[in-house]
Write a protein that binds this ligand. Structure first.
Ligand code: NDP
Length: 405
C-alpha cells in the first residue's frame, strides 16, 4: 500500500483524486492520498466530492509548486511513495527536482515547457534519466490520454498485432458540445499554445513543419460519431514514439475542432490575443494568452453543460508475417456519463483515469524501473487492463489497408 501525493486540483487533478480513491476502496492500492494545489479551497471541494460519491477520505494541502522550498516541505511532511503531477507543464522540472531530493517516484501527463516558448520537447526531462536511475527512482512521463494511452495503444499493437509499423496516425476527436461559442476543455493557456503552434510530423527520418492548422483530413469515427474534419498538429508523444516504434516511416497527430472554435481562434490570433510574449500595458507586463485564459470559462465548469462523446485512438498500418495490416485502436468516452460519475467532462476524465493507472502501476511496482521512461517502454497489458476496469474500455479493429498514402 502506497502513499500518493497529487499536485494540481484542476479538471484533471479532480478526476485523478476520485479515481485514486476508487482504487483505494476497491483494491487497497493506496493507503493515503493527499491532493495539493495553489488554491486550497479547490482541493477541499474535490475532497468533499470524494467523500460524498465514494465514501473515502483524502487529505488536502496548499502548495505553490514553483517554490522549491514549499515543495520540499510538502514532500517531507506528507512522505509520498509516488507523486502524480497534474499541475501545469511549467512545474515539471521543479517537481522532478523535489522528487529526487526526497526519494519519491514521479508521474506526469504533459512534458515540460518553458513559459516563453510553445515548444514541446522531452529533452529537459530525458536529461534527468541518470539522476533518477542513480536514485533508484522511476519517472513515468506523459501518463494522460494523448500522450499516454495513445503511446500504450501503440505498444499493444506492436506487441500483439504487428511486426513492424509503417504509418501511425493518432486521431483525437472531441465530438462534445458545451453550447458556448468559445471555451477550451483543458487549461486554456496550454490548449491555445498547442493549437496555435506550427504543425510538425515525422516522414522518413525527419520532421516536416506545417503552418498552424493548414493540413486537414476527414476521418470516419465509430459508434455513431460519424465523419469529422481533423487538423494536423504537433503533439509530444510523436517525439518518443518515432524513437521506439520498429519500422516507423510516417507519424502524424490529428485533432478535430468545431467551426466556431476555429473562427474564434483565428480572430483572437489576428488581434494578438494568443501571443505568449509579454506586452507592456498601463505600466504592467501582461502576457495576452494568460489574460485571455483568465476571461475564458474554467474547463472544470464545462462539465455540467457538455453533451456528446470523445473518440481518441491510433490508426496503424504495418506488416504482420510479411503481409500488410491496418488496425484502429480507440476509446470512446461519453461526457455526460463522466460528469455523472465524478463531476467532470470527458477531456479531464480521459486524462485523469490513465494518470491514476500509471501512478497505480508505479506504486505497485508493476511499472517500476529506475530511470525516466515514456509510456510505450513498459508492458502495455497491465495498463490497458486497468484502464478498462477504471472506466475507459477500448476496442481494436482491423481496417482495409489503403492502397496509397
Ligand atoms: P487546469 O488549469 O484545470 O488545472 C491545473 C491546476 O494546476 C490548477 O488547479 C492550478 O492551481 C494548479 N497549478 C498551476 N500552477 C501551480 C503551481 N505553481 N503550484 C501548484 N498548483 C498549480 O488544467 P487541467 O487540469 O486541465 O490540466 C492539468 C494538466 O494535465 C496540464 O499539465 C495539462 O497539460 C495536462 N493534460 C494532459 C492531457 C493528456 O492527455 N496527456 C490532456 C489534458 C491535459 P489552482 O487552481 O489551485 O490555483
Amino acid at each position: 500500500m502506497s502513499r500518493i501525493l497529487i499536485i494540481g486540483a484542476g479538471g484533471v487533478g479532480s478526476v485523478v483524486a476520485h479515481k485514486c480513491a476508487q482504487a483505494m476502496r476497491r483494491e487497497g492500492v493506496f493507503s493515503h492520498i493527499v491532493l495539493a494545489s495553489r488554491t486550497l479551497s479547490k482541493c477541499d471541494a474535490v475532497a468533499a466530492s470524494i467523500s460524498a460519491r465514494i465514501g473515502a477520505r483524502i487529505a488536502t494541502a496548499q502548495v505553490d509548486a514553483d517554490n522549491p522550498a514549499q515543495l520540499r516541505a510538502l514532500l517531507k511532511e506528507t512522505k509520498p511513495d509516488v507523486l502524480c503531477n497534474v499541475a501545469l507543464p511549467y512545474q515539471d522540472l521543479a517537481i522532478m527536482d523535489a522528487c529526487l531530493e526526497c526519494g519519491v517516484h514521479y508521474v506526469d501527463t504533459a512534458n515540460y515547457e518553458p513559459r516563453d516558448t510553445a515548444r514541446f520537447e522531452y529533452k529537459w526531462q530525458w536529461a534527468y534519466a541518470d539522476r533518477f536511475r542513480e536514485a533508484n527512482l522511476t519517472a513515468l512521463l506523459g501518463s494522460g490520454f494523448d500522450p499516454g494511452v495513445t503511446n500504450v495503444f501503440a505498444a499493444w499493437v506492436m506487441k500483439h498485432e504487428l511486426d513492424e509499423v509503417r504509418v501511425l496516425d493518432i486521431v483525437d476527436c472531441n465530438a462534445g458540445d458545451h453550447g458556448l461559442p468559445f471555451a477550451t476543455n483543458f487549461s486554456p493557456e496550454i490548449n491555445i499554445r498547442e493549437v496555435t503552434a506550427k504543425g510538425r510530423y515525422w516522414e522518413r527520418g525527419e520532421w516536416i513543419e506545417t503552418d498552424p492548422l493548414s493540413w486537414s483530413m476527414d476521418f470516419p469515427f465509430p459508434e455513431g460519431i460519424g465523419t469529422k474534419r481533423c487538423y494536423l498538429l504537433y503533439h509530444e508523444e510523436l517525439e518518443s514514439l518515432v524513437r521506439h516504434l520498429k519500422g516507423i516511416v510516417r507519424a502524424r497527430f490529428w485533432m478535430t475542432f468545431s467551426e466556431s472554435y476555429l473562427t474564434h481562434l483565428k480572430v483572437l490570433g489576428n488581434v494578438g490575443m494568443t501571443r505568449i510574449d509579454p506586452v507592456r500595458f498601463q505600466g504592467c507586463d501582461i502576457v495576452p494568452v494568460q489574460f485571455l485564459a483568465a476571461l475564458l470559462p474554467d474547463p472544470a465548469s464545462l462539465g455540467p453543460r457538455t453533451r456528446g462523446k470523445t473518440c481518441i485512438g491510433n490508426r496503424m498500418q504495418g506488416l504482420r508475417g510479411g503481409k500488410e495490416k491496418t488496425l484502429y485502436i480507440y476509446n470512446v468516452c461519453d461526457h455526460e456519463a463522466c460528469y455523472a460519475e465524478v463531476g467532470s467532462q470527458a477531456i479531464s476524465y480521459t486524462t485523469g483515469v490513465p494518470a491514476m493507472v500509471g501512478t497505480k502501476l508505479v506504486a505497485q511496482g508493476v511499472w517500476r524501473t529506475p530511470g525516466v521512461w515514456n509510456m510505450e517502454q513498459f508492458d502495455p497489458d497491465p495498463f490497458l487492463q486497468d484502464l478498462a476496469t477504471y472506466g475507459l474500455p477500448w476496442q481494436c479493429q482491423e481496417l482495409p489497408t489503403p492502397t496509397a498514402n
